[in-house]
Design a protein around this ligand. Structure first.
Ligand code: Q9C
Ligand code: ZN
Length: 344
């Protein structure tokens, strides 16, 4: 399995996220990619390559044009307003406010296009985000060319990014863009399996009314955990997409027994769907010592995730999402992929 990455992904480097009543150094930091890259270089799972460049038209297949224009120009507009620190939003168009007027100022626009205080825009954010998309697409291109699998070491992650919203450390939805790329190359049905601790609200929203992509996710119950406002079991898809969305929320404290039972359920749904390829949103923030999460998977559990997914016998693109226990991050990612590789 080839691992794809890009040096410029480290250019997204925020000073802070607002969390638990204080400004913290962001958990989603550049060294995450360096750590995973180093683990992959030592894991002997296959070649490690720099991704080539792809056009933004691939992103425009799943994201709003105004949103993409905003993301490209946001830092410059912030700097033009005389700001030097991280660009963060300050207000949102929630239930009691209007959401039919797009603001004109950079402060209004940051709020319009975002949904949390954890996702700063910095001078290098757009370059990093673009390259993270390239990394996802390079992996998808491998699958389109007949590869059994590829690992897209994306950073920043993507699964919280919706059609026209960023948040949860995510700007472009790398997994969704990759899945759409595979459909555009002629596949009829693609499944996305999201094993990150958090519900991939963005991926769900993008495909919610469609029947060509199944979204299946195992995640912390939104009643207690981020992103709080999506990810319940009764969200099953709408219209054509009815039945093509499977949420398997689990309580804090969940360990391997219940988590792997949910994985079995998700894999059966993917099999029944008749997917021709699988995109895995790979978060390892399910790890017992993750600093912002509440599941209890041990490092020794991760190979079993890879092996179970290999059992689907589908072309499989692994797209990196979350995972913040930096001391174990590289080992947990490599262990998942090694479990897959030894079972194919
Ligand atoms: N107190 C990913 O794993 N902060 N994003 C939550 C809860 C945002 C996680 C704060 C977490 C986003 C890709
Ligand atoms: Zn996560």
């Amino acid at each position: 399995m080839i691992t794809f990455h890009a040096e410029e992904q480290r250019l997204h480097a925020a000073h802070s996220e607002f969390n638990r009543g204080r400004l913290d150094v962001p958990y989603e930091r550049p060294e995450r990619a360096d750590i995973i890259l180093s683990a992959m270089q030592h894991a002997a799972l296959g070649a490690v390559q720099i991704a080539g460049e792809f056009t933004l038209e691939h992103a425009a297949r799943v994201h709003d044009a105004g949103y993409l224009a905003f993301l490209q120009s946001a830092w410059q507009r912030w700097a033009d307003a005389g700001r030097h620190g991280d660009a963060l939003p300050t207000a949102w168009a929630v239930r009691c406010l209007r959401s039919d007027r797009i603001p004109q100022s950079i402060d209004g626009l940051l709020s319009w296009y975002s949904f949390d205080t954890a996702t700063a825009i910095t001078p290098g954010t757009w370059t990093a985000v673009r390259r993270s998309m390239d990394v996802a697409l390079a992996g998808a291109q491998q699958l389109a060319g007949g590869a059994r699998s590829a690992f897209s070491l994306c950073r920043p992650p993507g699964h919280h990014a919706a059609t026209d919203c960023y948040g949860g450390y995510c700007f472009l939805n790398n997994a969704a863009i990759a899945a759409q790329f595979l459909l555009d190359k002629g596949l009829r049905r693609v499944a996305i399996l999201d094993v990150d601790y958090h519900h991939g609200n963005g991926t769900q929203e993008i495909f919610y009314r469609r029947d060509d992509v199944l979204y299946a996710s195992i995640h912390a119950d939104p009643a207690t955990d981020y992103p709080y406002f999506l990810g319940y079991a009764d969200e099953r898809g709408e219209g054509l997409g009815e039945g093509c969305n499977l949420n398997l929320p689990l309580p804090r404290g969940t360990g391997w027994a219940a988590w792997s039972a949910a994985l079995t359920t998700a894999l059966a749904a993917i099999n029944d769907f008749g997917a021709e390829a699988l995109v895995v949103s790979l978060g390892v923030d399910t790890f017992e010592h993750d600093p912002i999460s509440g599941f209890c998977l041990a490092s020794t559990d991760f190979p079993g995730i890879g092996a179970a997914i290999a059992g689907l016998q589908l072309p499989t693109l692994w797209v990196m999402e979350g995972g913040y226990a930096v001391e174990a991050l590289g080992a947990n990612v490599a262990a998942t992929l090694a479990g897959f590789q030894s079972a194919v």
